[in-house]
Design a protein around this ligand. Sequence first.
Ligand code: CP
Length: 307
Amino acid sequence: MRHLIDPMDLTVKEIDELLELADDIIENKEKYAKVCDGKKLATLFFEPSTRTRLSFEAAMMELGGNVLGFSSSDSSSSAKGESVSDTVKVVSCYADIIAMRHPKEGAPFLASLKSDSPIINAGDGGHNHPTQTLTDLLTIHREKGRLDNITIGFCGDLKFGRTVHSLVKALSRYENVNYIMISPVELEIPQYLKEEVFEKEGMTYQQVRTIDEVIDQLDILYMTRVQKERFFNEADYVRLKDTYILDMPKLKNAKEDLSILHPLPRVNEIAVEVDDDPRACYFRQALYGKYVRMALIMKMLGIAKPE
Ligand code: CP
């Protein structure tokens, strides 16, 4: 039984296969409408979510399967003190596959040690978010036609932003990816990623403080929200939350084929006026999240592509 805890649990070949399957699902939705007939997905969300939980649930429904679960720890027996391990051990009696989000880093990994069904990490604290990474890779591939030979700027909260951590790791296996990390000094990418990914893999990256100084170089701009829920100190959050606001004047020197991604939710970091620019990909990205999760559910349940 395979679990998906970290984006590096998938080989490049497996990622290619998932993106290819997601593309086929997008083109031939009706072909997939019953492939998960009789299967159940449980969504165990101990932390808030809109996209990840609902796209997982929509994905399973569009495959003909059923869904069960909870959307906050308050509405599960976790509120009575039940451990994550016990919760998962029990839920794996009811569901064929489990998507789990938890505020504690490593909780889905611990769950995977006890579960009798495959576990998908749907976000663990400030650590990883592998299915957002699949969403991002599908978006980049569909927008750019490639995952290599790109210059990508990551902007905002690179310290706590798990989507950034996971995507940086996943992209480290593709050729000629140039990383530009745009953040205040307090929100730089964690040291472990600098050492274990960038430096270990001999990858080129630069750290800058403003969007303006690099916008003309970027093929992709990956904006992120400052992660209020991970701060220990409200005053630090208030000081840093509006460091970057992408608006139309900021895009003046951007490439015509720039792709602007954001895992969402957005708070204030992209002005609403940018939504109408064809370079804004973030709502398409949210849609692609459903299709790539359909592909992932099929692969993890061992369901073959229908003829
Ligand atoms: N991108 C993402 O994880 O969004 P949600 O928190 O709404 O699931």
